[in-house]
Design a protein around this ligand. Structure first.
Ligand SMILES: [Zn+2]
Length: 308
């Protein structure tokens, strides 16, 4: 029923949006589900690629508001990049069904699934979506791990070259430039966080474990009892206990998460609530992947420094 409504809206949108096409002329049209994937695609695609993200920077990537305009965008795409591992399970499948575009169908060269090359963390031994857990194939928030991103960037360059062989050399060169910069930046980020080895953090959703693992931080608790499940009073009481015992005095909150809940916990644990973002563009000066990572690393380092 829901997808029928989307389809009906799609026909309306397709009529209204016919003027969009020519502005993309000559460029490879790349659609990314989320802004972080889009930012990386811009690094690898360069000037010859037009990149659009479906999710807004301030939207939860698990729960994106699916719009008829998304169907139009997907219908015209030469390539689609998704996070995979069920990150977009709640909203992408009905859009794909209605987009009717063979170029981005599963298995096509134009379909890029970021999670494929990534060494996934928290992959459960048994598959269970019954309790509402939105991480039933493992944790899909790997884009803030520069090592995973290097793998995904290579995957993007390979797929872009397949879809657009005439520009293959450009994509290869862009990848090399990106990797060289990533090496330099990674050394900077490691240096900035090195003094805080073992620092304890609390997150709203379980979305910082790749960063924690890469930079030797420790996630003590999450305000959500399970990924995608709202905090309950009994769970928060356990979190407060864990934070006092650790002790952990930093709670990370993204724009689409409930800051009030974090503030309530912070008051009882002498913690600070840190406004942070994993999506480029959600906070000031975070348009590119490198700017975003600079923001995350600098925000954390400043908070840890304040508590030393
Ligand atoms: Zn998640």
């Amino acid at each position: 029923m829901k997808s029928r409504t989307v389809l009906k809206l799609a026909s309306i949108a397709l009529i209204g949006a016919t003027g969009v096409g020519p502005s993309f002329a000559g460029k490879l049209r790349v659609v990314a589900t989320t802004p972080d994937l889009a930012a990386l695609a811009r690094e690898i695609g360069g000037a010859g690629v037009e990149v659009v993200a479906l999710a807004k920077p301030t939207e939860d990537p698990h729960f994106v508001d699916a719009k008829p305009s998304h169907i139009v965008t997907l219908n015209r795409a030469d390539a689609l990049i998704e996070g995979g591992a069920e990150l977009e399970l709640g909203w992408l499948p009905p859009l794909m069904e209605n987009s009717r575009n063979a170029k981005i169908a599963a298995g096509a060269p134009g379909r890029i699934v970021a999670s494929r090359g990534v060494k996934m963390l928290e992959v459960p031994a048994t598959f269970d979506r019954s309790k509402g857990d939105v991480h039933s194939l493992g944790n899909p928030h790997f884009m803030i791990d520069p090592v995973s991103v290097r793998v995904i960037a290579a995957e993007m360059a390979a797929h872009f070259a397949q879809v657009d062989p005439a520009s293959a050399a450009t994509y290869k060169a862009n990848l090399a430039t990106f990797n060289a910069r990533l090496d330099v930046k990674m050394a900077e980020w490691e240096k900035q966080l090195a003094p805080f080895r073992g620092a304890k953090i609390v997150t709203y959703h379980n979305d910082f474990i790749y960063l924690a693992e890469r930079f030797n931080l420790q996630v003590v608790a999450t305000l959500e009892p399970k990924p995608g499940i709202s905090p309950s009073p009994s769970h928060l009481a356990r979190v407060i206990g864990a934070m006092k015992a650790a002790p952990a005095r930093v709670i990370l909150v993204q724009p689409y998460q409930n800051r009030k809940t974090a503030e309530t916990v912070a008051r009882q644990t002498e913690a600070v609530v840190l406004d942070i973002a994993q999506q480029p563009g959600a906070r000031q000066n975070t348009a590119t992947y490198f700017d975003l990572m600079d923001h995350i690393v600098a925000t954390l380092a400043a908070a840890f420094r304040g508590q030393k």
